[in-house]
Ligand binder design. Sequence first.
Ligand code: CP
Length: 306
Amino acid sequence: MRNFLSVNQLNSKEIFSIIEAAERFRNKQLSIDKQVFAANLFFEPSTRTKMSFIVAQKKLGIEVLDFHSEASSVLKGETLYDTARTFESIGANVLVIRHGDDTWYDELIHGLQVPIINAGAGKGGHPTQCMLDLATIYQEYGYFNGLKVVIAGDIKHSRVARSNAQALKKLGANVYLSAAPGFDDPLLDFPYLSMDEAAEICDVVMLLRIQHERHEAIYRDSCYLETFGLTRDREKRMKDRAIILHPAPINRGIEIDTSLVECKRSRIFKQMENGVYVRMAIIMKLLHEWGIINDSIEKRNKTYAI
Ligand code: CP
C-alpha cells in the first residue's frame, strides 16, 4: 500500500491486520527514533480527524507540520497539487489531506513521491473513519460475517456511508441503508429499511448527520427525528446487544435524540478514541512500506509490524 486513499484498496486480511495493529498501539507506548515530519493539509473543517491524526503522530514521535488553508498561500491561488508538492519539497514524509473534491487525490498520486492519506474526500470516501468504525464494531462483536448493520441518514452526501458500506460488504456483513426521501443514493446498491425496521433488526445502527454543506437547497424538516432518526422509543426496541455509532459531529435532536448520545449502547466517543490507534497503525504501515522507517526500527519494536 503506497497511499491510503480508499477502503477499496484493502482486502479483508489487510483490514484485519490494521485493526489488530491498532489494538497493539493502544497498549504500547512507542516512538520512532528518527526525524519524521507529517503535514496535515485540511481544506475542509475538521475537529476529530485532524486532532486524532495529530495525537497519533505525536504518540509516534512524528513532528507535525500544521497548516491552515485560510492563512496559507491557497489564498493567493496556489493549487492543491502545488501545496502538497511544496510540503514534499520542504521535507514532509507523509501527507494527510482532506479536501472537498470527491477524487482530489487523482491529480496528486502520480506527481508526489511521499505517502498520502485520505482524511476525507468530498462525498467520495473517508477511509480512516471507516477503519475506526470497523475497529469499533470488531471490538464489540469480534466478527463481521452476518452482522446486520444499518447506515442511516443523509446517505447521498456522505463519504462515511460510501466507505463503510463497501468495506462492511467485503467483510460479510449484511448492510442496509435508511434515508429520508432525497437522501438515498441509487449508486449504492443495498436494501433500504425504515428506521423502525432498522432499529428492530440491526446489530449496529450507524447514524449520519445531514450534510447541509453539500446540499444545493436548505433542508428543513421539523419532524426529521420522529420520522427518520433514532428516537428513545426506537432505541428501546433495539436488540439487547445492538450498538449505536455515529462518525460525528452530531446534530443532537435531529438524527439522534440527545439523551441517546451517551447512552449505554452508544459507542460514539469510543469511535473517536479508536481513531487515534487506527491512524497510528495506518501511518506506520505507510512509513514502513515506503522505507521511511526501516527493519532495524521494526526489530527493536515488534509493535510496528503490520
Ligand atoms: N468524523 C469526522 O470526520 O469528524 P471531523 O469532521 O470533525 O473530522
